[in-house]
Structures are given as C-alpha cells and as structure tokens.
Design a protein around this ligand. Structure first.
Ligand SMILES: [Fe+2]
Length: 749
C-alpha cells in the first residue's frame, strides 16, 4: 500500500545538506463539516503532475500481523491531476520593520541592544540590521561569537569586531555608534554579570565611509535581510534602540539605564502586545514591526530577578523575545486546490491522497457531521490538539533497527528525525537547547500519516496517537457501533453544545492537551448527565493556549512539574498567547481525576501488561460489565500496543485528587517492568510520595474504573494509553473487546 522509498531528496545548502520530502502537503484544517471548504497546499519536487484524490482511512497500523494499512478510495468530483511545483519554507524567527521611515536617511547613528545569546560561536548571527547589498549597517556576532559591526559604503562592506566571544546565556548590552563627520565608529559590549565585567570592552576605529540603504529595505531584528533572510540569531533580544546621532559612552550608559538622550529615532518595546506578532516602537515615528515564524514572547528580560512570575504583572521585566534559527510553524504555502465537503460524505477518518509515480502522501482530514446535527449516539473525540503538539516529534532513540522495521513492514517511510528543518515538536529542543513551545498543523506532519511508526522496536506495532486511535475506529466498525467524530478544535470553539446530545462520548488513546474551553466542554457534558468513556492514559494533563491571531498555533509551557520533554525557565510559566498560567492541569487546580476518575501516576517503556480484576468488580450490580467474562481474572494480557492493555502511561484513582467517592475500581494493572517510575508530581522525597503510600510500587498501576455521576451519567476509564491496542487482537474477539462492548452497549442504551 505504502511504498518504502529511500527517504527524501537531498539538496546541498552551503556546507550542510538538507533533505526534503519529495511530495508532501497539508490542508488549512484538520477537521471539516459538510459545506466547509478545504484548501490543500502541496510541494512536489517531482517533474510529472501529481494526482490528488480522497480516501477513507480504515486502518492505520502497518503491522503485518494485522490487516495492514487499509484505505478506501472515495469518488469525489475534484480529484485529478495538478502541476508539480516546489513550495519553499524558511525556518528561523525574526522581527521585521517594513516602513523604516527616517532610518534609511540617517548619516550618523547609534544602535543599542540588550542580548542573551544561546549559541554564540556556532554561526554568524545578526542582532539588528538595516542593510541591503553593500549599503547600510549590521550589528552581529561573527562566526567566533564576537560582537561585530559591518558598514557599507555602497560598494564595499567593512567590518570591525571586538575581541573575545560572548558567553552563552549571559545578558549583555551592546552598542555601535557612527559619526559621519569624523568617519569614526565606536563598538561596545558590557556584560551584566559582575563576575565577568573585566571582559567589558569599548573600542573605536576610524576611516569608515557609510552609505545608508534605500527606502525599501526593511530593518531586521534577529536576522539579516536577503533572499532568503539569513544569519538568524539564537537567544533573547531586548529593547533595540536607534539614535540619529553618535552618542558618547556616557550617553550610551545613561540610555541603557532608561534615560533616553536627544535624537531618539526608534525604541522597540517587546513587552507590549505580547500575545501577538506586533512589535511596537515608542520612538517618534511609531515604526511598528512584525514578528515572523513565532519567536517566544513573555520571556524574562535582563532586569528580571524573580519578583514577579507573570509577564502581565511586570512588563518592564519581560521586555525580551527569544529568537531561534529553527522556529517554523505555519509554512504559509500557497493553495494548490480547494474542495468542498459534500453533504453526503459520511463522518469519518479521511485523507487527501497525493500520488506521483512511486511517491505518495496522505494529508489527514477528519469529517464531522453538520453542525447541530447528530448521526449517531456515540461521539468519538479526536485529540487533534495532542496530535499537533506531538507533530513531527523526532525521537532521540530513532535508529537503524527502526528503519529496518519501517522497510520490512512497508510503513510510512519518513521520520522527523531525518527531516528536522520541517520544524520539530514540542517534545523536542531548538538547536540552542531551549524547549520548543509552539506547534501548528499548517505544515506537513510526518507522524500524522497512516502507517507511521512511533516506535520501531518492542512488542506490538509501536503506534501512538493517530495510528493507535485507528485500533479503536476499526473496532467500532467491526462491532457495528456507529459513531460521529468531534475534534479538539470544535470542542474548543463550540463548547458543550457540540457534544451535549450524544448518549456517550469516548476518547482515543491519549487526550493529553487541553484548553480551559475543551476541558470545560467535557466536564459540562459529564455533569449534565453525559456518559463518558476515557480509553487512554495520561489524559487531561497539560494546559495549552491558542494564538489570538492564528488559531492553528498552539502554545505549551512545561512549567514546574510533570513528566516533561524539557523544562520551562523560571519566570516563563505563563502563556504568551493569553497570559494564563500554563503547565499541568493538576497545578491549575484541575487534576484529571476530577473529570475521568483517574489521572497520571506512572510511566515506563512502551510495554503493556494486564489488569487483574478486583473483588469490587464481582459486585452483582456490575454484572452487566462482565457478561461473557464471568470467569476471567486477567484482562488484556495481549495487544498491538506494547503487548498488553495496561502499559506505557498509567493513571490511577485518587479521591484526594478528585476521584469521586463512589468510584469503583474494577481492575488494577500489575507486573510492570522495572522501567516504570512514579511521575515527578507524585514524588516528594526519595522515599516519600504525595499520596503517602509506603509501598511506592503500588502506585505504579493503571486503574480500570467505573462510577455514576450525580446527574445520572456514567463514566468508564481505562487509565492506560495502550488499552485501545488490545481491541483488534484475535480478530476483535478478546476480553478487552468484550468488556468495552458491554460498556458501550449500556452507555448507548
Ligand atoms: Fe503524552
């Protein structure tokens, strides 16, 4: 079904080789309702036209021990051939001021900026520049990490550097002044850490001739203008300021202390408009600029000392923006074609299939019923926020043996670890070691394709998210249980109204990331008498925020605690997009137990164990749940995810964290390997833990739970991320399948 192509096409770009997907696309939305228009954007490096069509994705697991990836062609009137063309994308964030006003007329000038470099010495990195061809000026760190200025006379560019590379992750003040009357240039740097102030330096040089840029060239912050924009800065920049004359050193020092001299031309204040891409100028000409590729805002600045932790409360301490050479979220490609979702198209899991010769791509699309209408009694929540947050996750353990399995199984052939320029996930780091805190689906996301393997070794298929959830969809089909879909996007926008009429709502394997709106919608649904089925582990865990300008952009601050891919810096726990406190929902007063009865307790390798039924489960009142399973003691010691229904990420009930008092624990997992550990928020000291459990090992478990809500609703939670992988086992005939079928039938009655 999916060919095992040799990955990618390589292009030599300067000294490094970059690899590109030969045929890849994305749509402007992950989900749509009948009548909605979908715009598809494609980059094809192939010569022939590509063919586009629609398929329904029946099964996304390539494991040869199952049926393999199954797609079904759907006839649509828009299918056909489209010309191949390359669409480019340019990683690296920066600020750009397009109308630079009088800045292009300056003869003499002084530029001041405060910086916190994170990768000095790795490459040439521009702090601020107004340069085009051999005209204008640029202040930058040279390849050795030394502060350098370039001045152009229209024909040549002459540079001047200060000795000594800048230190990593230290705040500096840097300035350059040019006096056209004396042709003299002064360049200075001053470190704000007194332990190193012997390295401060201010030197002058003569005989510089300066010709300013033409009116059209933009002023650039954190990069150099050109085609493409280049020399991106890594680190924080603060308060770039320009004067229309040469300041003396005393005036420069006063200016850094906030006393601005005469001749101010521009003074950008990054503490304003933090949720947006606007950068405001407090100077006389209001030279407003905009940020490209979403650098991080609401970042602690040079004056931050921990007195305030939120950027809204002390804007003067949050005047910094963190730029990265590899920031890239929304690719901004042009649309190749549009199509409208027809009224007849059934709700389901679809993909726009792109094909050219041996190359293919599958752009995911979830089709929902028309707004306000319901075609089934069951609604399945597709965790598109979580999918996007994990988008292009390059795992550090990706290796050759995984590649072998990908080839052997004919799995989706590409892995983000090989295509890092496409922008990695919020589970990865930027090249400067800071955590990636933004994500968007407006780019090709390799792990959101049928047949993608998250893990290339171990027991079972090694699937997560999109592909793992197809185990559930296939099971629902096999059992003849009709279902509608809703995604996080509609849940966020439309709230409980989008789901309130369903008899039951069921999650996939990992509904981890939520806004207050999505969590409220689910809580309200449950509290209004809805029946909730949580089929995952580590759900309802992290809080995220959506950009007010571009709702496809998601933000995560991994603050304080939790199992984390990286740790947000102190003082940077509040989202830039809406000023709310980020991190774990548990730290925001809403542990997952309050909704689903269970919450994250332990994690280990991608391995699954089983549940053992409890005495409580023998209560005759629960007889309906175990019909046909009366004699079964062990549940789920098999499966396509890690080899067992209880594994990898485990949730447990805890009344102190919000599990209801009437919760019934019907099964407990056991026999987890030594790789499983208690999550950090549950640890207090090396010997004590938050729940006060003397035998810590007892907390390493998934609880299978059931409870009734005061409004007459019912909740069933599995507390395990690998649960759904057991559903298709033995051709959908097994005790996990039977158990869930019993629950579904009751909840949908
Ligand atoms: Fe997760």
């Amino acid at each position: 079904m999916i060919s095992s192509d040799p990955p990618g096409i390589s292009f030599s770009n300067h000294s490094s080789t970059k690899r590109y997907l030969p045929l890849a696309g994305y749509a402007d939305k992950l989900s749509a309702r009948p009548g909605d228009s979908v715009a598809v954007k494609v980059s094809s490096l192939l010569e022939e036209p590509y063919h586009a069509s629609l398929v329904q994705v029946r099964y996304a697991d390539p494991n040869p021990e199952g049926p393999g990836v199954q797609t079904e062609e759907i006839r649509v009137d828009w299918e056909g051939s489209f010309p191949s063309r390359e669409q480019k994308f340019y990683p690296g964030s920066y600020g750009r001021v397009d109308s630079a006003g009088s800045l292009s007329k300056l003869a003499s000038f002084t530029v001041l900026i405060t910086l916190w470099p994170t990768l000095p010495g790795s490459s040439e990195q521009t702090l601020i520049s107004h340069q085009h061809a051999a005209s204008g000026w640029r202040l930058f760190l040279n390849k050795q990490g030394c502060l350098t200025v370039e001045l152009g006379n229209g024909e040549h560019v002459k540079s001047f550097s200060l000795d000594g590379p800048l230190r990593e992750r230290k705040w500096y003040q840097a300035w350059v002044g040019f006096d056209s009357e004396t042709s003299g240039l002064t360049l200075g740097k001053s470190i704000l850490d007194p332990a190193f102030n012997r390295e401060d330096l201010c030197q002058s040089s003569k005989d510089f001739v300066f010709k300013n840029v033409s009116n059209e060239a933009p002023l650039m912050i954190g990069a150099c203008y050109g085609d493409p924009v280049h020399s991106h800065f890594n680190g924080k920049l603060e308060a770039p300021t320009i004067f229309s004359r040469a300041l003396n050193e005393e005036e420069v020092r006063a200016c850094f202390e906030g006393k601005l001299s005469d001749g101010l031309a521009a003074h950008w204040d990054f503490s304003k408009e933090v949720p947006t891409s606007r950068i405001l100028d407090n100077g006389p000409e209001n030279l407003e600029g905009r940020l490209i590729n979403c650098p991080a805002r609401g970042m602690t600045g040079s004056s931050w000392e921990g007195k305030e932790m939120c950027w809204r409360h002390a804007p003067e301490d949050y005047r910094a923006i963190h730029f990265h050479e590899d920031d890239i979220y929304d690719f901004g490609w042009e649309t190749d074609f549009h199509f409208q979702i027809s009224q007849e198209l059934k709700t389901g899991i679809y993909a726009i299939k792109l094909e050219c010769g041996e190359h293919q791509d599958f752009v995911p699309l979830f089709v929902l019923p028309p707004k306000g209408s319901r075609k089934a009694d069951l609604c399945v929540l597709v965790s598109t926020f979580t999918y996007t947050i994990y988008g292009n996750h390059a795992r550090p353990d990706f290796n050759d043996s995984w590649r072998e399995r990908i080839r052997d199984w004919g799995a989706y052939p590409y892995n983000p670890a090989d295509f890092r320029t496409y922008g990695l996930s919020t589970y990865n780091f930027h090249s400067d070691g800071s955590g990636i805190c933004f994500a968007s689906h407006l780019r090709p996301l390799m792990n959101l394709r049928p047949g993608y393997l998250t893990f290339g070794e171990g027991n079972g298929s090694g699937l997560r998210h999109y592909q793992a959830d197809s185990h559930l969809y296939a099971w629902l089909e096999a059992k003849g249980l009709d279902f509608d879909l809703i995604t996080d996007q509609e849940l966020h926008e439309e709230g409980v109204d989008s789901i309130k009429d369903y008899k039951a709502l069921c999650t996939g394997s990992h509904p981890e990331y939520h806004t207050p709106q999505t969590l409220n919608a689910l809580q309200n649904y449950r509290d209004q008498g809805g029946n909730l089925i949580y089929l995952g582990g580590n759900g309802f865990y992290w809080k995220i925020a959506l950009s007010p300008e571009n709702p496809s952009l998601l933000e995560i601050r991994r603050g304080e605690s939790g199992i984390r891919a990286w740790a947000a810096e102190p003082g940077e726990y509040y989202h830039a997009f809406n000023g709310s406190y980020g991190g774990l929902w548990r730290r925001n007063g809403r542990p997952p137990q309050m909704l689903a009865g269970v919450g994250f307790s332990a994690q280990g390798k991608f391995e699954g164990s089983y549940y053992r039924r409890t005495e409580e489960s023998r209560n005759p009142e629960l007889g309906w749940m175990f019909q046909g399973l009366e004699d079964e003691e062990i549940l789920g010691d098999f499966g396509f995810s890690g080899g067992g229904a209880a594994g990898f990420e485990l949730d447990r009930a805890d009344i102190r964290l919000g599990s209801p008092e009437n919760i019934q624990i019907i099964g407990r997992s056991e026999n987890h390997s030594s790789s499983f550990v208690l999550v950090p928020e549950e640890m207090l000291t090396h010997i004590t833990n938050w729940p006060g459990e003397e035998e810590q090992q007892k907390l390493i478990r998934a609880d299978l739970v059931y409870f009734k809500t005061p409004s007459g609703g019912e909740v069933f939670s599995t507390g395990s991320i690998t649960f759904c992988g057991s559903l298709p086992w033995n051709d959908f005939d097994n005790n996990i399948s039977r158990l869930l079928e019993n629950v579904m039938k009751r909840f949908l009655r």
